[in-house]
Write a protein that binds this ligand. Structure first.
Ligand SMILES: *[C@@H]1O[C@H](CO)[C@@H](O)[C@H](O)[C@H]1NC(C)=O
Ligand SMILES: *[C@@H]1O[C@H](CO)[C@@H](O)[C@H](O)[C@H]1NC(C)=O
Length: 232
């Protein structure tokens, strides 16, 4: 009987734990107010291109509280996390970039641009686009966080459907950066090491065989010859 009670207790405990993790999740994006106004512009060497090149160009992002809101709305605002997000076009056929209303499961905005303390008068950041950002269509979103880093509100530089003001980022052209060269050198190095190892082993085998032969002939050759063989 005691065992059954224990089993029951354990089952209940597990069920409770499971439910807790199920329910917990993150903040739902659909519950956030769009209280920030966000602008993002490409700062490019080539002004006429209208696209941003990784490693060279930057994004200038600026945000502030929507001035038509009542004053107290930002009393809990502590910081602003600015992120680079995939536009729907660049999510097609890529499950790992999928949008989820639960922000803990959302993969729309994988790249953090900056986190800054919240200031009601707004703030900005200029961010050089790193080389590891994949080419595609993007927008910029800023989350307002409280002191516990829980999302309270947001703003983005595009409409709700994420189709306007998109930023086109183009990747490094021509793959031959240092990473590839390093890879080739490493492969060559491992092939050479393997060959040397095999060669060394073969030579060692030969040597052992030679010594065995020598020992077999000790009786015939005599101690003087043996001394000669080992000193040479
Ligand atoms: C600037 O961009 C335009 C349009 O993409 C292109 O035709 C031109 O070659 C670029 N100039 C430089 C210096 O990269
Ligand atoms: C600011 O908020 C008002 C009221 O909610 C809204 O109508 C307006 O579009 C917002 N402005 C911007 C730039 O988001």
């Amino acid at each position: 009987m005691a065992c059954c009670h224990k089993l029951l207790a354990v089952t209940v405990l597990f069920a409770a734990l499971f439910q807790a993790t199920e329910v917990e999740g993150g903040v739902r994006f659909s519950t956030l107010e769009r209280n920030l106004v966000v602008n993002a512009q490409i700062q490019s060497q080539n002004v006429s291109s209208g696209v941003a090149k990784v490693g060279v160009d930057s994004l200038a992002v600026q945000w502030n509280l929507n001035s038509s809101l009542e004053i107290e709305v930002d009393s809990e605002y502590a910081s602003v996390k600015v992120k680079l997000c995939f536009a729907p076009k660049s999510q097609i056929d890529r499950g790992w970039r999928k949008t989820d209303d639960d922000l803990q499961r959302d993969n729309t905005c994988p790249k953090e641009i900056a986190t800054k303390l919240y200031r009601s008068e707004g703030n900005f950041v200029v961010w050089r686009i790193p080389k590891n950002v994949p080419g595609g269509e993007y927008f910029v979103r800023a989350y307002v966080l409280d002191t516990q880093a829980v999302e309270l509100a947001y703003g983005q530089n595009t409409d709700d459907a994420k189709t306007t003001n998109l930023i086109t980022i183009i990747p490094i052209t021509g793959r031959l950066p240092s990473i590839d060269i390093a890879g080739i050198v490493l492969s060559l190095f491992s092939v050479v090491s393997l060959c040397s190892f095999l060669l060394a082993e073969t030579l060692l085998d030969e040597k052992i065989r030679f010594q065995n032969d020598l020992l077999n002939h000790i009786g015939v050759i005599g101690p003087r010859a043996l001394a000669f063989a080992f000193t040479n």
